[in-house]
Write a protein that binds this ligand. Sequence first.
Ligand code: ASP
Length: 436
Amino acid sequence: MNKITCKFGGTSLADASAILRAVDIIQANESRRFVVPSAPGKRSPDDKKITDLLLGWFHLLQDDLDPKQPMDIIEGRFVELAEALDSHLDVPAEIAAIAKGAADYAVSDYLVSRGEYLNGRLIAERLNADFVDPAEFIKFDFEGRLDPVTYEQLGERLSGDGLFVIPGFYGTDPDGRIKTFGRGGSDVTGAVVARASGSDLYENWTDVSGFRMTDPRIVPNARRIDEVTYAELRELAYMGASVLHDEAIFPIRDKRIPINIRNTHAPDDTGTMIVAEREATHPVCGIASRAGFSMINIEKTLMNREVGFGRRVLGVLEEFGINFEHMPTGIDTISLIVKDEELQHHADAVLEAIRVRCEPDKLSISKDIALIATVGQAMNHHIGVAGRLCVALAEAEVNIRVIDQGSSETNIIIGVHSDDLARAVNAIYTVFETWD
Ligand code: ASP
């Protein structure tokens, strides 16, 4: 029999009826043996996620203030859930134990992980499943990376028959202290559990039926992507396509375990499959975009003959601890595209250091740059992709500030002024939506 790990996101477990819907989904297929829940999310747009309330509790403690308000709300929500699910969990006693445990921690990890812990306990009881606390089996090293011993120990714990519930988001460091994967990290737990349990499939249940070809806030009816490779997904997620944590593919990539993004509100939708390889019929699978970049422009006559020029420019960024995203070059020009959050208040100092170290003829900085990544593995050796993209932008009267294509030919990045972003994405989407 196949084995499936299924992870449920916070919006899919926000209240008792959502949890019962997830229970139905789990029980509808007996291959669904490993269940990874998030903490309860928002029940309405102006509601609060349990994890955010726990974070509020932590900050109040830090400031020596009374955390009673978030504690009461959290307790109230779990009491309501426990009653609706006929659970025996003594919620007030659990909250009191958490308050005691929080005193040992100067960082937020312990407190914020308790939403997953309590939700996991409730769901395991409801399913009559074996509750597995990740504190015992998901191990981080001192650098905060997952210790590979996790796969062995967790794999052993998850062997044998039956149904297991493993809360998402956390594990422990080598000192046995609770540590989280960072926000949205239950997706990563799901991948770790899928690998450790030898699952054939990792289902990631959320509130949308998979990835869209582009951001639906820009193109409302953007079509769904049926299949995407890990590599394509990584490019799209890095460039702003949210739905899955961008590190969730690492634990399962080598084992080639597919991920299926599914919708708890439309369980019959097949969603998006994320696979190691695919037979691509269409050169472009997705268009992702992100605003918030600046471009440093450097011009110097005969730069092309000056050995070490590039190294000196990049040396300045290294000194300031700044990552760069792209470096388009001409014969006598180099541009560096940098995230605004990286550059922050260093911009003047960085320019000054480049001026002193590289003695350029001209040096400037362009702000409000947005990047658009047009991604697809079948773009490789497919003639005309960049051509059509440029024509589409010209027809939409969008000025391309910069264009970059890596040698893997799976991604064309263009930079435009942020004001042109939506127009540019619409134009690119329209030309590639149907083209094959
Ligand atoms: N509950 C955590 C968060 O809100 C982790 C997760 O849901 O993946 O970030």
